[in-house]
Design a protein around this ligand. Structure first.
Ligand code: FDA
Length: 295
């Protein structure tokens, strides 16, 4: 219930105005969103962690805004090191205007990223954008086979999706639980976890490059066990977590020799991202409300 309410609030402009104008929101935002992206990336990479950087923004309504997002990524690509990844939301690149607009814009980012030795991963968003996401991903892969895509385990067809992607040699597939609301999606923890494990089995057994995006200790353990079972080298898959969530665990996995990538969001359009993080962990809400009230 609370999760659904917070996800609804994440789409409310009125709530956004209220939350964004509070000077006390700053501390909460800083926990999940990089204030100075260059400094955060340097600190993480110095500590042996990999990064995927997300220029926050989604749901643009005209071409100029989509071009603005492309320019923000082109600028970002000049500021992050080789080996980094950038995470891109197709709705920020114009997917709601047309698939072609999102494809052209994503291709521009992929071209520049390739020159810098940086990979690109397409985030998964609201469920009505998922067919467009996979169609753009398939088209982009023809020129840019390294482009990654996210699969949300809460969608009942996630398993079939993973089975298909697992056949593609080296396809970068980020598996997560899913952070939005979706009609027909699994809602119970056990169903989502079961789906996550089925997806993991496909990915670890196949030819793809699995990117295991979860903070859930049980799923992290299962991923490592399945990787070992399939004789995977530690360089043939990676763990991924969000900036600000379980940083000690991120460092622990990296120290064990795992590839550990931290998803680092930055930029002024942080409101929907923050609300999704609060929805994942209602305990964070108390912390957030206290800081809003100045207590
Ligand atoms: P779960 O929510 O069960 O959390 C497990 C444990 O992790 C908790 O008990 C707690 O200890 C800790 N934890 C989790 N969230 C926390 C938080 N916000 N604050 C503090 N502690 C927290 N989703 C999507 O729909 N599309 C996408 O493209 C992506 N991309 C993406 C990239 C990466 C790298 C990650 C890690 C996640 C995503 N997600 C996403 C989000 C994902 O779908 C999911 O909502 C979150 O990762 C939370 O789910 P967990 O698997 O971590 O488990």
């Amino acid at each position: 219930m609370l999760r659904q309410a917070l996800l609804a609030v994440s789409r409310s402009e009125r709530a956004e105005r209220l939350v964004s104008t509070s000077p006390l929101t700053k501390d909460v935002v800083r926990r999940y969103v990089a204030d100075d992206v260059g400094a955060v990336v340097s600190e993480l990479t110095r500590g042996g962690l990999l990064v995927s950087v997300d220029h926050l923004g989604e749901e643009v309504t005209d071409r100029a805004q989509a071009e603005g997002a492309v320019h923000a990524y082109l600028d970002l690509l000049g500021r992050i090191p080789e080996g980094a990844d950038v995470s891109v939301k197709l709705t920020a690149l114009g997917l709601r205007l047309s698939e072609q607009t999102a494809l052209d814009n994503a291709a521009t980012i992929c071209e520049r990223a390739a020159l810098r030795g940086i990979t690109v991963t397409l985030d998964a968003e609201e469920h009505d954008t998922i067919p467009g996401l996979h169609s753009v991903h398939a088209m982009l892969r023809k020129e840019h086979p390294g482009v990654g895509v996210v699969v949300q385990a809460y969608l009942p067809d996630a398993h079939e999706r993973c089975a298909r992607l697992a056949e593609l040699d080296g396809a970068r597939v980020r598996l997560c639980k899913g952070a939005y609301t979706a009609a027909g999606a699994y809602t119970s923890t056990s169903d989502i976890d079961r789906s996550f494990v089925r997806c993991l089995r496909e990915l670890m057994a196949g030819a793809a490059y699995p990117m295991v995006a979860t903070h859930d200790p049980r799923l992290v353990e299962i991923a490592s066990t399945l990787a070992a079972l399939h004789g995977r080298d530690p360089s043939s898959y990676e763990h991924q977590m969000l900036y600000g969530v379980r940083p000690d665990e991120q460092r622990r996995l990296a120290a064990l020799g795992c590839r550990m990538r931290v998803y680092v969001p930055y930029g002024s359009d942080w409101y929907p991202y923050l609300m999704r993080r609060l929805a994942e962990r209602p305990r964070n809400l108390a912390f957030f409300l206290r800081s809003l009230l100045g207590r």
